[in-house]
Structure formats: structure tokens, C-alpha cells
Design a protein. Structure first.
Length: 427
């Protein structure tokens, strides 16, 4: 090699640097690929994706092939650089070759190709998969021997080299993937997907209409009152009960009694005949489970009951779907009927407002683990029956009870602690 022309040695050294860049970028590009996009392309018949999938199926062999090739190229480049430097500068060439080749390998053989491959893995991984497949077959005996020795050393440390980590994502990880989808996924679709994922941790208790707000038909009322209620209701399904919602008789669909109602032939007997058997839901049922139960039972409305069988409220299929796609009603007029912004920057909120709805409408982070309503949260924080005029702070939010009656909060004035109310302007 000492008799070879310096120009030839220099050209060979440049070629070896390119080979080093090839192996370095191949390693980074292969391991930086988006695995889910790779699987999709492989299923679509993309040849490069299929080759990459086959290579990644045995990462020990892939890394063995790349490392064998990269180390061979770098060591050979070091030898050639030393010979070339000694031809040009004599004994001092050893130090010059060491420093010069180290810098060249770092810049052209490691940092630059690996950085490019990390930023554009698709541009690297698919084209290099073909030569890597050929090299893997060519170097198989050596790679298999080295792999056997390496795996044996790993077993001595208690590590099973054949075990593979799971590629499955947890719910939280999948939620992060959806949020980071960016422009690839429209905002409304992101919200829908996040809504579906949230069904697991939201229960019927969080979205039900509480029993004190349930509109229903009391069979103890006189017929004229019942007919007037049926003619003016905005609901398509109504619970029918006697005296108390706990004594529920069934659920009536307005379509079933529309003809009788229009012909003034409706009475309490045929109203009961038109009722469907009530469908009861245990409290604490996750929305994901209840959605499937609605589908299985062919129902659209259910009565939520506690462990003693007392009615807590009602929940409908529409309520669950709204958790996924958002409100079906007019957003401008009905967005937050319980929240009323004030001129000084504060908000007057109904005590019966659900904490989840307040958080969603205002972007707040009121705790939802315990009580479900603002009234319940304040009562729990005070540890006594609320009274008008009491001020308190919960988390990062300050509140003033404006009205309290019947041992519960009717309305609250609230604002973030870091944004105090604006001072009124002097006249």
C-alpha cells in the first residue's frame, strides 16, 4: 500500500468516508422511521417499506450488518489515512492523520449524515434498504457469529435478547399522538378523537340531567295539566311517574301518542300503554360502556340509579354523542346558559352548573374528582352549609357566593386569582 500513488489513496479515502456516511445514515434513518406510517405503506404494497419492515423484524441482524460494515470502513480509512499522511509528511503524518481523519469522520461520516437521516428518515431508509438487504445476506455468517456471542453475553446479565418491547400505545400516549398530529388532522376531528378517548374516564354521573331538572309526566296531575305539558314539551321522550321520579312507570315517545294527542283522545290509560319499560343504568358506568349498552339494548334514554335504587337523573344517547362531536344545539345562543360574563371581567355562574361544563367553556381547571357541580365543590370546600356573601379560593380561582338558599348555592361570582376584577371607572 505504501507504493500506491497518493492520488489513488486520497480517492479511496473519500470513497470510504462516503461509505461511512452511508452506514451511519442507514442506522439512524432505519431507527427513526415512524413505525405506524411504515406499517401503513407496507400494507399498501410499497416495496421499500416492505424491505424495511423485513429488516426491522430482526434488529439484531440489521444493527450487526451496519456496525460490521461501518467499523470495517472506518478502520480501513484510518489505515489508508495514516499511509497517505506518512507519504506526504513523514513521521509527523501519524498525528496529522489521527486529528484530520477524526474531524473528517465526525463531520462527514457521523454528525452530518445522522442529522440528515433523523430529519428525513423516509428519504434515507427506503433507498438504502436494498443494499442493506444484500449486505445482510453477504455478511450473514459473520453477523450470526457476532450476534451469538453478543446474545450470550446479554444472557449472562439476565437479559433475554429475543424479547421485544410492545409497540402498543396506552390511552394517554394515543391522546398525545392525536394532539401532536398538527395540520395532518383538522381541529374538529382531533376534538372528536379526543372525545372518544375520554369516554373511558367519564361516567354517566358527569353528563346526566339531575333528577331535580328532569322534565317528566306525573300521573297524579290532572289530565288537562298532562295534555298541556305534552303539547308544549321540546323533548321527544319523557319519563312517566307517580308523585315522585323514583316511582317511574315508563318512558313515553311523543311519536307513539302524537295521533291520540292531535285527536284529543289521549287519557292516562292509553298514555301508560304507549310507555316503554324504563331502562336503568347503575351510577358510575363509564360512557364507553354505556354507549355499547345503548346499542345492545336498542335504547336512547336511561334512568341513572344509585346502589339503593333511587333515581339520580337521566342520560340519553345524544348526551354521550355530544361528548364526542360537541353540542348539537345552536352554539351561539346555548353555549353556556349557566355562565354569565360581567363588565368587570368576572363571571356569574349558576351553582347547579357542572364543573366539566365550566372547565370546558372557560378553559379552567376546577377539580372534578369529587363533586360534580359548582354547588357541591363549594360546599365541600367550606365544610358547612353555604351562606350568601362568603368568599373563598379553590385552586387558582376566587369565588363569592351571591345567593344561597335551601342549603345550596344558587349563584356564584368567580374569577381567576391572577386576574382580579377591574375597578369601576369614576363618573
Amino acid at each position: 500500500m505504501e507504493n500506491l500513488h497518493p492520488g489513488f489513496l486520497f480517492g479511496l479515502l473519500v470513497f470510504l468516508l462516503l461509505c461511512s456516511a452511508f452506514f451511519s445514515s442507514s442506522e439512524t434513518g432505519m431507527l427513526s422511521l415512524n413505525r405506524y406510517r411504515l406499517r401503513h405503506l407496507a400494507k399498501e404494497g410499497h416495496r421499500g417499506a416492505r424491505r424495511v419492515t423485513d429488516l426491522l423484524a430482526r434488529p439484531d441482524r440489521l444493527l450487526g450488518t451496519i456496525l460490521v460494515g461501518n467499523n470495517f470502513v472506518n478502520i480501513l480509512a484510518s489505515s489508508i489515512a495514516t499511509v497517505l499522511a506518512m507519504q506526504l509528511w513523514g513521521e509527523a503524518g501519524i498525528a496529522i492523520a489521527t486529528i484530520g481523519l477524526t474531524i473528517a469522520l465526525l463531520i462527514f461520516g457521523e454528525i452530518t449524515p445522522k442529522t440528515f437521516a433523523a430529519l428525513r428518515p423516509d428519504l434515507i431508509a427506503y433507498p438504502v434498504s436494498l443494499p442493506l438487504s444484500l449486505l445482510q445476506k453477504l455478511l450473514y455468517p459473520l453477523v450470526a457469529l457476532l450476534g451469538w456471542i453478543s446474545n450470550g453475553m446479554l444472557k449472562l446479565t439476565g437479559i433475554d435478547p429475543t424479547s421485544k418491547g410492545s409497540d402498543s400505545l396506552s390511552t394517554e400516549e394515543l391522546r398525545s399522538v392525536v394532539r401532536e398530529a398538527g395540520s395532518a388532522l383538522p381541529v374538529n376531528r382531533q376534538s372528536m378523537l379526543l372525545g372518544i378517548l375520554d369516554l373511558e374516564r367519564v361516567t354517566v354521573d358527569d353528563i346526566m340531567i339531575p333528577r331535580n331538572e328532569v322534565a317528566g309526566i306525573d300521573l297524579e296531575d290532572d289530565l288537562e295539566t298532562i295534555l298541556g305539558q305534552l303539547r308544549t314539551t321540546s323533548h321527544t321522550r319523557l319519563p312517566v311517574f307517580r308523585q315522585d321520579i323514583n316511582q317511574i312507570e315508563g318512558i313515553v315517545h311523543m311519536r307513539q301518542i302524537a295521533r291520540l294527542l292531535s285527536q284529543s283522545q289521549l287519557n292516562k290509560d292509553n298514555l301508560l300503554e304507549a310507555c316503554l319499560t324504563p331502562y336503568f343504568i347503575p351510577e358510575g358506568t363509564p360512557l364507553s360502556t354505556q354507549l355499547l349498552n345503548f346499542q345492545k339494548e336498542k335504547r336512547r334514554i336511561g334512568i341513572v340509579v344509585d346502589e339503593y335504587g333511587d333515581v339520580l337523573g337521566i342520560v340519553t344517547l345524544e348526551d354521550i354523542l355530544e361528548e364526542i362531536v360537541g353540542e348539537f344545539s345552536n352554539q351561539d345562543s346555548l353555549r353556556s346558559p349557566d355562565i354569565h360574563p360581567q363588565d368587570d371581567g368576572t363571571l356569574v355562574i349558576d351553582g347547579a352548573a357542572y364543573l366539566r361544563e365550566v372547565n370546558r367553556a372557560l378553559g379552567w381547571e376546577l377539580p372534578c374528582d369529587g363533586p360534580k357541580t359548582l354547588n357541591g365543590l363549594i360546599t365541600e370546600a367550606l365544610e358547612q352549609m353555604p351562606e350568601s356573601g362568603i368568599c373563598l379560593q379553590i385552586g387558582n380561582y376566587r369565588m363569592e357566593i351571591l345567593q344561597a338558599a335551601e342549603n345550596r348555592v344558587k349563584s356564584v361570582r368567580a374569577w381567576p386569582a391572577e386576574h382580579p376584577p377591574a375597578e369601576p371607572e369614576d363618573a
